[in-house]
Write a protein that binds this ligand. Structure first.
Ligand code: PBG
Length: 326
């Protein structure tokens, strides 16, 4: 070997040296915990395909939120499962509906100590399970859906959401929501837009988690897995429409998208480590095929290395206990 020699292994010789030179670290404040609350539930209900995750009662949700605040997580993201669904998803607009009531309860519990985020989408509320309302041909009607999203945003902000998170991938959704919030005086309610959200087979367990009614797929509104460049167009539009934070989703199979968006986005970037990513690691670990903790941490670190400023993950609270002990 010629002199001087570059030997990368010098910086790997001890735990302390590796710790010194590590480029990316996980922090508890990066982690956002998605939670499910189901109307009229008396006991938390386990979700079979997501071992360790439950559908919450109002009470168990409050405890999970209090713990998240105590742990100083980055935030909590609320998904509601109503007892009754209809064609237009009207329970989403009811101030006493399951999601709006949960937002109010959680805010009463945590105040401003935890960032309270709410999913802004119709799929849990419609009897057909689509993220918007349907036209006569069964096609998701973009602009009619926007009107409802605007009203939903106001209902969620009224209930106390710090951040609303439109996940329906309608064109112009972020702008419609921003305008509605402004018109109602909610100028400080932020919008965290699912900007690049792909139609993914890895959402499977989430469908169980929210008792989804969907038959078919969401390919007329969510992005095609084959497209990379288009993600930047989607992000650009959301930013122009007023998105305060943008989300790339899923995480694991879309790290190239995440890296592209992180390099170009003028606003913070979140990655959503989705239900199927959770389920795969849990299932493999339960079989003894992989080291659970190592795989969880590596999967999260991968999203940070790709450029995520924050990660939505069902392991948020558990990982926070690991980081604290480390
Ligand atoms: C739809 C929505 C979905 C998820 C979050 N919001 C499902 C879908 O788009 O089909 C998936 C989250 C996950 O899989 O963990 N509003």
């Amino acid at each position: 070997m010629t002199f001087p020699q570059t030997r990368p292994r010098r910086l790997r010789t001890t735990v302390a040296i590796r710790r010194l030179v590590t480029e990316h670290r996980l922090a508890t404040s990066d982690l956002i915990l998605p939670v499910f609350i189901r109307e009229a539930l008396t006991e938390p209900a386990p979700i079979g395909s997501m071992p360790g995750v439950v559908q919450h009662t109002a009470d168990s949700l409050k405890r999970a939120a209090a713990q998240a605040a105590e742990q100083e997580l980055g935030g909590i993201m609320l998904f509601g499962i109503p007892a009754h669904r209809d064609h237009a998803g009207s329970a989403a607009l009811d101030p006493e509906g399951v999601l709006n009531a949960a937002i109010r309860d959680v805010r009463a519990e945590v105040g401003d100590d935890l960032v309270v985020m709410s999913d802004l989408c119709l799929d849990e509320f419609t009897d057909h399970g689509h993220c918007g309302v349907l036209d006569a041909n069964g096609y998701v009607d973009n602009d009619k859906t926007l009107e409802i999203y605007g009203q939903m945003a106001i209902a969620q902000a009224d209930a106390g959401a710090h951040i609303v998170a439109p996940s329906g991938m309608m064109d112009g959704g972020t702008g419609a929501i921003r305008r509605a919030l402004e018109s109602a005086g909610h100028t400080n309610t932020a919008v965290m837009a699912y900007a690049a959200k792909y139609a993914s087979a890895f959402y499977g367990p989430f469908r169980e988690a929210v008792d989804s009614r969907l038959t078919g797929d969401r390919r007329t509104y969510q992005m095609d897995a084959g497209n990379r460049r288009e993600a930047l167009t989607e992000v650009k539009l959301d930013v122009e429409e007023g998105a305060d934070i943008v989300i790339v989703k899923p995480a694991m199979s879309y790290l190239d998208i995440l890296a592209d968006v992180a390099q170009t986005s003028p606003v913070p970037v979140a990655a959503y480590q989705i239900s199927g990513e959770y389920a795969m690691i849990e299932a493999a670990a339960a079989n003894g095929w992989i080291d659970r903790r190592g795989a969880v941490l590596e999967s999260l670190l991968g999203t940070k290395r790709a450029g995520a400023d924050m990660v939505l993950t069902y392991w948020a609270s558990e990982v926070a206990t690991w980081l604290k002990a480390a």
